[in-house]
Design a protein around this ligand. Structure first.
Ligand code: P6P
Length: 344
């Protein structure tokens, strides 16, 4: 790759030329996601200056307090993507049900599921927040999009990625041909290729979890986290605990440095907190394409077909050796393990 700056648009076109078999039909859709990201980014970086901080006083379908930026991000994505003529149906964390694309627009061949602003509880504290998106082919042939079109397993995704808003806003995506990261250059309004072909380390020594939930975790998860904290230089333990409380920020750091993010189920919420369709599945696609893994503790996230729009799932995601290790504890294959001197 030459050292000249490559924009997202140029890169996507290069990819299309390199892979004639790739239809590239959703190229413009991906570029529209980037357009929406630029508009959201402009609001996010000015959040402290204009009246978008604080809550709207309403709650979303999750029963969560809706922050004004949440609403802006949701409405921006719906407006930009809804006018592409490429979509049949859209699903968002902020909407109770699917949104069919109508209003005289041509009904397209694709579905977009997204979390408009994940980690929004961090907005007022100026902590990184993110947009997560997933593009799928519709299953139904004609007519308005349906739930069947939306509720597909992650392995059906054509494209998935996230935008991480912060001091340096990044867009990271995959179309099944590796993972590529772009850094936003506001002076020219372009996402420039900064992290081509991201590969996550096979093992990392960072774990990300809300240990405030420890008392409610299963014995297997407790044993795993206890094991990570044992002092054993030979296996690089104890690991470092890093938890921003914003999935996209924790995921992105672990993608680059190696490690594991986990949000297990617990006694209060057996399926955990995170949503399968527009949080776990898109990030699982990115993780696997970067050489990582994503599991619900026993099954591959990408194989799980959601039965409901806002279905939750436990999530263990990151470096493959870390995820496999976590799975072995969660499945109690290491019952009784404390500070054993295992090979790794
Ligand atoms: P907790 C944010 O609400 C979110 O969905 C993720 O971004 C984040 O990782 C997680 O929830 C934080 O949840 O229960 O640790 O505050």
């Amino acid at each position: 790759m030459s050292d000249r700056a490559v924009t997202l648009g140029q890169f996507v076109l290069q990819q299309e030329r390199m892979h004639p078999e790739a239809s590239g039909q959703f190229t413009s859709l991906l570029l529209d996601v980037a357009l929406a990201a630029k508009m959201i980014n402009k609001a996010v970086i000015r959040a402290g200056l204009v009246d978008v901080l604080g809550a709207t006083g309403t709650t979303n379908v999750q029963g969560e307090k809706v922050q004004k930026l949440d609403v802006f991000a949701h409405e921006t994505i719906m407006r930009v993507l809804g006018s592409t003529g490429q979509l049949a149906v859209i699903a968002s964390e902020e909407d109770e049900d699917i949104v069919q694309v109508t209003d005289g627009m041509p009904i397209g061949r694709y579905v977009v599921n997204f979390d408009p602003l994940d980690g929004s509880s961090n907005i007022d504290a100026n902590v990184n927040i993110g947009t997560i998106f997933s593009i799928l082919p519709r299953l139904t042939r004609t007519g308005r999009g349906t739930h069947e079109d939306v509720l597909q397993a992650g392995r059906r995704q054509l494209c998935a990625g996230y935008v991480l808003y912060g001091s340096s806003t990044m867009l990271v995506y995959t179309t099944g041909d590796g993972v590529h990261g772009f850094t936003y250059e506001p002076s020219i309004g372009e996402f420039l290729l900064s992290h081509p072909n991201i590969k996550t380390p096979k093992r990392g020594r960072i774990y990300s979890a809300n240990e405030g939930n420890y008392a409610h975790w299963s014995e297997g998860v407790k044993r795993y986290v206890d094991w990570l904290k044992c002092d054993d230089a030979e296996t690089g333990r104890p690991y470092s605990a890093r938890y921003v409380g914003s999935l996209v920020a924790d995921f992105h750091r672990n993608l680059l440095y190696g490690g594991i993010y986990m949000y297990p189920g617990d006694k209060k919420n057996p399926n955990g907190k995170l949503r399968l369709l527009y949080e776990a599945a898109p990030l699982a696609f990115v993780a696997e394409q970067a050489g990582g893994a994503a599991s619900d503790g026993t099954r591959r996230i990408m194989d799980l077909a959601p039965a409901a729009l806002h279905q939750r799932t436990p999530l263990f995601i990151g470096s493959p050796e870390n995820v496999a290790e976590a799975q072995s504890f969660v499945q109690e294959k290491h019952a009784g393990v404390t500070s054993d001197r295992r090979t790794r």
